[in-house]
Design a protein around this ligand. Structure first.
Ligand code: PEP
Ligand code: MG
Length: 750
């Protein structure tokens, strides 16, 4: 019996395939298909509704309803039974349609006489494309087998819709992937860019959803799953035992790869006429739509694993690797679900921007984007399914927006914005050789933050006086094992060479929290930002710190060396780290290495506690650098990675500014130079406020130096300090409004 039904559904799919193969226009195809389904399901009606836009479904073809209703009858998602299927993405199967909640009578279709209704979502990889409906006069619910057969048909229709098989000019469907779509994500890194999509992992395209030899397909699937199992086992074998997270993921992969249920469902799909690829994709679609509704984080992760695994299986089956041979377009904008720092670095600096579906502000990809000073938009959900290689795209990192295939009006407004920024850049280029001297005669030293060799050329082009913060963790993050000392020494030496005598402040390894090394044992800390990180790791595992310090000393070899320790929370930590450095110097001397010509050792002030350290701390340190990103999160107790709270407290909050003023006063008391190297240093308004609080060295992204310098050169810091104090005296929590008003009145802001 089952076999019979299977062959019935195979027959239907076979007829469907023949129809699709015919050289007819999109509308004619749709008409044939509805006829075919109604005929083979023995129902009076079969209709196909496809999305006209993201909220509206349109009757695109029908057998049984009035032909005049085609392309006229429309409904919003959620409206009527068809809209209900689209909204819930679940089928509706009823013997008494008029009694169903949501039933809507549509006179133009003459449908009231049909009692039985079966509606199924046409969906592909979690994206709903339309609804397939059969109706009959006879009062009956459709059987499980009929439902199954129609599900398989819906899957094929989804594939064909994706491939553009139903596109037609005369009032029919427009091609997919041609409309403008805007994605509202979040800011990962500011800046705007115009370019063309370059997909990190292009989607696998299934061009043969229907197959007529189930045995051959079943064998292909089995072989592909075997290959998959072997490759997962191999990955597991090669993994370091300490790599707990990776282990967990691969074990989940292994579980799915060996899952009988998964395999059985795919085999059943094949028995009903799908090709092996289509069967994999059908199960993947089911998992994706569940992914959208499951609230449990663990389950979501597992469904994500299944999704990744299905992609691997599809690549094995289709032979479509990650490398599709697609040429990188001009002005490439990378579009990906997520990407690791190593893979990102492989693309090099040619990328103009990045859009991710996942990611976070502190992710390694964000660190790289920041270092390259290219815009990054994160949380742009769904963009990898919509975008095609080469599609035009505009990204706005300031607002967290991506406009895919933008309308001309959007593009021209965007170009105006880019042109304005370019004009400003030109103006800034004219300031490169000039000091950031204010009208009141104060000079602020503007330096740049860096983390890659590739950043160093910006030293000359931006006019930075030096590198105020060199983040050394990237070299550790992008490898699978701890880098070797000689390797690090050579990188640091090259950084110093490229700086041509300008001062580079090397920050020793700042790992933990959001910066987890792939080869570091995960700590499973409830609060990693306040956990075992930065200097805490350095002091507890001093071997790595020593090795890094040796590499720095050897790189300097007779040149001045400046280092600073991150995340010092109390004096003792600085003292202990300094002792380690002194012992490294003594040891290197004993080994006969040339010592640096001079050394400067500083501490990063990133926890409020250090501002209240004993006087001796300020006397003993050569300089202090305020790590504003961390300091702010601990000052306000607001996680810098948490989208809900990270913008809640303003840097221009008077409490924070007066805290900065106190830190500067304590440093000044002992003649200890103090700088500020958090992201806020690169925002003109914030930079001005920090300078008014007495900070005389600001370290920022190279691209921010121009705007900050242009602003500083045109104002009087004593007046700014006055505006800030007056606002605070009047009870303002944040001085942003008053400061903005003042700068606008001076013609410094538009
Ligand atoms: C900071 O915390 O301000 C800082 C510069 O360090 P990071 O952003 O690397 O933590
Ligand atoms: Mg920090």
């Amino acid at each position: 019996m089952v076999h019979n039904l299977e062959s019935e559904s195979r027959k239907l799919l076979g007829r469907l395939r023949d129809t699709l193969a015919e050289d007819s226009a999109g509308q004619a195809r749709l008409d044939r298909i509805t006829h075919l389904i109604a005929d083979s399901m023995q129902t009076e009606v079969c209709s196909i509704y496809l999305f006209r836009d993201k909220d509206t479904l349109e009757l695109c073809a029908t057998e049984g309803l009035k032909a005049e209703a085609v392309h006229k009858t429309r409904m919003r998602i959620g409206e009527g039974l068809v809209g209900r299927v689209a909204k819930s993405r679940c089928m509706v199967n009823t013997a008494d349609a008029p009694a169903e909640p949501g039933f809507r009578y549509m006179p133009e279709t003459g449908e009231e006489i049909y009692s039985s209704f079966l509606g199924l979502p046409i969906q592909r990889l979690g994206e709903i494309l339309g609804v397939l409906v059969v109706q009959s006069k006879q009062v009956r619910a459709f059987t499980e087998d009929e439902v199954y057969a129609l599900e398989v048909v819906a899957m094929v229709l989804a594939e064909m819709t994706e491939l553009g098989a139903f596109v037609s000019d005369e009032g029919g469907m427009a091609a997919r992937h041609t409309h403008p779509v805007m994605f509202r994500g979040a800011t990962g890194q500011e800046g705007v860019a115009e370019g063309n999509v370059y997909l990190h992992e292009p989607r696998v395209v299934v061009t043969n959803p229907v197959a007529d030899d189930p045995e051959a397909e079943s064998k292909r699937l089995e072989e592909a799953v075997d290959t998959l199992r072997m490759s997962v086992a191999d990955m597991l074998r090669r993994l370091a035992p300490t790599d707990k997270d990776q282990h967990e993921v691969l074990e989940a992969y292994q579980m799915f790869a060996n899952s009988r249920g998964w395999m059985r469902r795919m085999q059943e799909d094949i028995a009903r006429g799908l090709s092996a690829e289509a069967a994999v994709e059908k199960e993947q679609s089911v998992a994706r739509s569940r992914l959208a509704t499951v609230p449990d984080a663990y389950m979501r992760e597992r469904l994500q694993d299944l999704d990744d695994l299905s992609n691997r299986l599809l690549r094995i089956l289709t032979g479509q690797g990650k490398e599709t041979g697609a040429a990188m377009p001009d002005n490439p904008i990378l579009v990906a679900r997520n990407i690791g720092p190593g893979e990102l670095l492989d693309y090099g600096k040619k990328l103009k921007g990045i859009v991710l579906e996942q990611g976070s502000v502190g992710s390694h990809a964000a660190v790289v984007a920041r270092a390259w000073a290219i815009p990054l938009v994160i949380h742009a959900e769904g963009i990898t399914t919509e975008a095609l290689n080469g599609d035009p795209i505009l990204i706005d990192g300031d607002q967290g927006l991506a406009h895919l295939r933008p309308e001309d009006t959007v593009a021209s407004a965007f170009r105006d914005k880019i042109a304005m920024q370019a004009k400003a850049q030109k103006r800034y280029a004219g300031l490169v050789g000039l000091p950031a001297q204010t009208l009141c005669g104060t000079t602020v030293s503007l330096q740049m933050n860096a983390g890659l060799m590739a950043d160093l050329p910006s030293l000359a082009t931006s006019g930075a006086e030096g590198v105020g913060l060199f983040r050394t963790e990237l070299q550790f993050l992008i490898r699978n094992t701890v880098p070797r000392r000689a390797e690090l020494a050579s990188i640091y030496a090259r950084v110093m060479d490229a700086a041509r005598g300008k001062r580079v402040v090397f920050r020793t390894l700042d790992i933990g929290s959001d910066k987890v090394l792939p080869y570091m044992k995960p700590q499973d800390e409830p609060n990693p930002a306040m956990g075992w990180r930065a200097i805490r790791v350095g002091l507890d595992k001093s071997g790595v710190m020593r090795m890094q310090l040796q590499a720095l000393v050897r790189a300097a070899a007779g040149r001045p060396l400046t280092i600073m320790f991150p995340f010092v929370a109390q004096f003792d930590e600085y003292r202990e780290a300094k002792q380690i450095f002194d012992s490294v110097l003594a040891y290197e001397k004993k080994l006969g290495h040339i010592l640096p010509s001079s050394v400067e050792v500083g501490a990063m002030l990133e926890t409020p506690s250090l501002a209240f350290a004993p006087d001796k701390f300020f006397e003993e340190t050569d300089f202090i650098s305020i790590g504003g990103n961390d300091l702010k999160q601990f000052f306000f107790a607001a996680d810098r990675e948490n989208e809900r709270v990270r913008r809640r407290y303003d840097t221009l909050n008077f409490s924070f500014l007066s805290f900065i003023r106190q830190i500067v006063a304590r440093c000044d008391q002992f003649g200890t130079p103090v700088s500020f190297c958090g992201e806020d240093a690169g925002r003109p308004l914030e930079a001005v406020a920090l300078a008014a609080m007495g900070v005389r060295t600001l370290s920022m992204r190279p691209a921010s130096i121009g705007p900050v310098k242009a602003m500083l050169r045109r104002l009087d810091l004593t007046e700014i300090a006055q505006v800030i104090d007056e606002a605070a005296n009047a009870g303002a929590q944040s001085v942003r409004e008053d400061l903005t008003k003042y700068l606008t009145s001076q013609g410094l802001l538009s």
